[in-house]
Design a protein around this ligand. Structure first.
Ligand code: AMP
Length: 427
């Protein structure tokens, strides 16, 4: 008889297991509270969109669209794609439902994204993002708000050592002029280009600046910089943003090689990076995309947004040994014997009714009271409530404080609620 082969998860798509879920909750809870406090509304677009949406927004000649999308035909032969990022979906939904008629609308979304990338530490095929967008604000105050908001989020999470990197890509005209200068520069040294850059010089020359190949670094350093192409308006916008950041005490590093991997950016771009995670150091990236709403079919609306990579934030919490709030049960109720087992859930429900915010776990295993007490101890509960046949018969319960050496006491079930509430206050 051959053993049945176990089915494993898809490569690059991870199970997020209970031992790390506390870190995920810490991130999600803080982000949700903070975004609400800054006036952002949550939106939940679907995970699947028409392929056309991403082709049009992210750009035909980007890595994502050329080789990373999970695209399939549905049963009606319509080409659909698992979202590789969320901005396009949020914009599509906002246009479709007329949400942008109110200017200055702020929105956020959270969930899994899908890219067929080469999996490695910090880079997965299903990963999670928190995506934050501001619509209808052309002034650099929108950039400044997103940046101070992220800084506050890092602080709330207990993460430190992140660096803010900034660049301005200017309008599409500016980018076109800059692209031509880059092509001239790299074409003049075409024999020194690696295969990837040879290809990109024809398709997406800005992305050559992103190359990590050590052999390319000299040539990239000598390349023209986009700031040299910025016109007076773009320059003034960027300078005003820098003044706002200076005033708010946010340090930053200007990085003329920061171009980002999506085509829709039209001005400021930024990333928060760390060197504590190895090669995958970007934990948050975003920028201004003033033309995207119109390109997706809405009225021209300036916009800006960013996405945070949750796997990388969770990894940072771990690397930086950030202490997470512990959510242990207050009480653990175990029974032994048929009559006691029948009573257990009824007693537990009465307790939950009577004691607000009570975290009470009812033992689900078998074995002796000793084994049950061990389980109670392991889950971090403060007190164990033990219901044996005799206690069940006379309406009592044995109570054991698991954090002190005091002997257990016996309490009438009717008096249990007061005792449990007092033990919760005892910290
Ligand atoms: P992007 O949408 O490419 O601008 O990415 C925004 C953020 O999402 C990055 O800074 C990362 O933190 C995270 N991210 C992007 N791609 C991946 C991936 N394949 N695996 C894990 N995190 C990712």
């Amino acid at each position: 008889m051959s053993a049945i082969r176990a089915i494993r998860a898809v490569r690059g798509m991870n199970d997020i297991l209970p031992d790390v879920i506390g870190a995920w909750h810490h991130v999600e809870r803080n982000a949700r509270d903070l975004l609400a406090a800054y006036g952002y509304e949550e939106i939940r677009p679907p995970m699947v969109e028409r392929t056309e949406l991403f082709r049009r927004s992210i750009g035909e000649v980007t890595d994502i669209v050329e080789k990373e999308m999970y695209t399939f035909d549905d049963r009606n032969s319509e080409s659909l794609t698992l979202r590789p990022e969320c901005t396009a979906s949020v914009v599509r939904a906002a246009v479709e439902h007329g949400l942008l008629r109110t200017p200055g609308r702020r929105m956020w979304a959270m969930g899994p994204m899908f890219r067929y990338e080469r999996p490695q530490k910090g880079r997965y095929r299903q990963f999670h993002q928190i995506d934050v967008e501001i619509f209808g604000v052309a002034a650099p105050s929108a950039e400044a708000e997103l940046i101070v908001l992220t800084r506050r989020l890092w602080r709330a999470l207990g993460i430190n050592g992140l660096t803010l990197e900034l660049n301005s890509l200017g309008s599409p005209d500016i980018q076109a002029r800059y692209r031509a200068r880059l092509v001239d520069h790299f074409s003049a040294h075409s024999s020194a280009l690696d295969a990837d850059s040879q290809r990109r010089i024809r398709t997406n020359p800005l992305r050559i600046l992103d190359s990590k190949n050590p052999a390319m670094q000299g040539l990239i350093e000598e390349a023209p910089r986009i700031v040299e192409e910025l016109d007076a308006d773009a320059r003034a916008h960027f300078d005003e943003l820098l003044a706002m950041l200076d005033e708010a005490g946010v340090p930053y590093r200007l990085n003329h090689r920061l171009v980002r991997g999506l085509d829709y950016y039209t001005g400021t771009v930024f990333e928060w990076t760390t060197d504590a995670l190895g090669a995958q150091g970007a934990v948050c990236g975003g920028g201004r995309y003033d033309n995207l709403v119109a390109e997706i079919g809405g009225a021209a609306t300036p916009a800006i947004g960013f996405a945070i990579g949750l796997e990388r934030l969770v990894a940072l919490l771990e690397v930086q040994s950030v202490e997470l709030p512990v959510v242990a049960p207050h009480a653990y109720l175990a029974s032994a014997g048929t009559r006691a087992a029948i009573l257990a859930h009824a007693v537990a429900e009465r307790l939950r009714d009577a004691v607000p915010d009570l975290r009470l776990v009812v033992d689900a295993g078998s074995g002796s009271f000793k084994a049950k007490l061990k389980r109670a101890d392991r889950c971090g509960a403060r007190i164990a409530l033990l219901l044996g046949e005799e206690e069940a018969r006379v309406g009592q319960m044995a109570v054991k404080d698991l954090r002190s050496r005091e002997p257990q006491s016996v309490v009438a079930i009717d008096e249990l609620a007061g005792l449990v509430a007092r033990s919760m206050g005892a910290g």
